[in-house]
Design a protein around this ligand. Structure first.
Ligand SMILES: Nc1ncnc2c1ncn2[C@@H]1O[C@H](COP(=O)(O)OP(=O)(O)O)[C@@H](O)[C@H]1O
Ligand SMILES: CC(=O)N[C@@H](CCC(=O)OP(=O)(O)O)C(=O)O
Length: 292
């Protein structure tokens, strides 16, 4: 009886949040850095499945950087990055495509299905979901050739809308397709930001392996809220660097396109998605357009 009363309490607390998100799209990016153990992965997939059951429309974008690194190292190739983006020669492209589409995507689909959901895995090649061209200019405006890394030209979101219309949950691997028919490797945070923009999502959530964004190198706390202007300052001062750069830029892109809320949160916390969405406390760092 006590257990039932506790569950009813949780449901009552969650009700206004469920109403607010009912029928809306939430884009969830699951980063490779947080995909550490099977129990945690399962808890993320349970949250995503639950969202679908209560009438929210989750769209999953996944990373898999550490898995790509592992396979490259087995082939005696040293992974290299520029501003958090993988330098991708032809062989690395082949490995990235194999790992992201062949391994990570199918693992996530299987985990959602095991949790009771119905997931369909696609890459940006399927239905021309992600039209890409070669990435040429870095964040400082400098010409930079990092191989088969893609810039997103267009998201053809119809394929996601068709999948999500019924009981299915789309799961997207971050590989784009060029006019030349070539595959392009695209950072998964960038893909998530663009997909959230194209779908006019209500929320974008980026799950990673830190609690949120540290506002200084020595801080042991995270910033609960940052504006886009504060984010640009932190990048300029080198406090936001590496893999955090595409995340914050993905959030800002989404905010500029009308996505209401963007969050960077700790995917290592069990049920972090539900904690962020359905409690007053929220977790992680929320990035906003201006001051709130
Ligand atoms: N200011 C910052 N606050 C917190 N983490 C940061 C910051 N700047 C850079 N990072 C780094 O970003 C990493 C997350 O990016 P990444 O490793 O690419 O993860 P994912 O696989 O989830 O995309 C963190 O582990 C952390 O080392
Ligand atoms: C161009 C680029 O950097 N692509 C990424 C795609 C995977 C990814 O983004 O994985 P995480 O989210 O786990 O970092 C890569 O090759 O690692």
């Amino acid at each position: 009886m006590e257990e039932l009363i506790k569950k009813a309490g949780i449901l009552i607390e969650a009700l206004p949040y469920i109403q607010r998100l009912y029928g809306k799209t939430v884009v969830i990016k699951y980063g490779g850095a947080a995909m550490t153990d099977q129990v945690l992965k399962a808890s993320v997939m349970e949250d995503i499945t639950l969202l679908k059951y209560i009438g929210v429309n989750p769209v999953v974008v996944h990373g898999g950087g550490p898995d790509i690194n592992k396979t490259l190292e087995q082939l005696d190739i040293t992974p290299q990055f520029h501003d958090g983006l993988r330098i991708t020669d032809a062989q690395t492209m082949e490995v990235a495509q194999m790992v992201l589409i062949g391994k990570t995507n199918k693992e996530i689909v299987a985990l959602i299905n095991k949790a009771g959901g119905k997931a369909i895995g696609v890459s940006g090649i399927d239905g021309n979901l992600i039209e890409a061209e070669q990435y040429k200019t870095d964040i400082n405006g400098k010409q930079s050739d990092i191989g088969y890394v893609g810039n997103i030209k267009r998201i053809n979101s119809k394929v996601l809308e068709i999948i999500a219309k019924d009981e299915y949950i789309p799961v997207v691997a971050p590989i784009g397709i060029g006019d030349d028919g070539h595959s392009y490797n695209i950072n998964a945070d960038t893909v998530a930001g663009e997909i959230a923009s194209a779908l006019k999502a209500e929320k974008l959530m980026l799950l990673t392996d830190v609690e949120g964004i540290k506002p200084s190198k020595s801080a042991d706390n995270i910033a609960p809220v940052l504006t886009a202007a504060e984010v640009y300052d932190l990048i300029e001062n080198g406090i936001i660097d590496g893999g955090m750069i595409p995340k914050v830029l993905g959030c800002i892109k989404a905010l500029d396109s009308g996505v209401s809320r963007t969050h960077i949160l700790d995917g290592r916390i069990p049920h972090c998605i539900l904690l962020e969405i359905f409690t007053d406390r929220g977790i992680g760092t929320m990035i906003t357009k201006g001051s709130v």
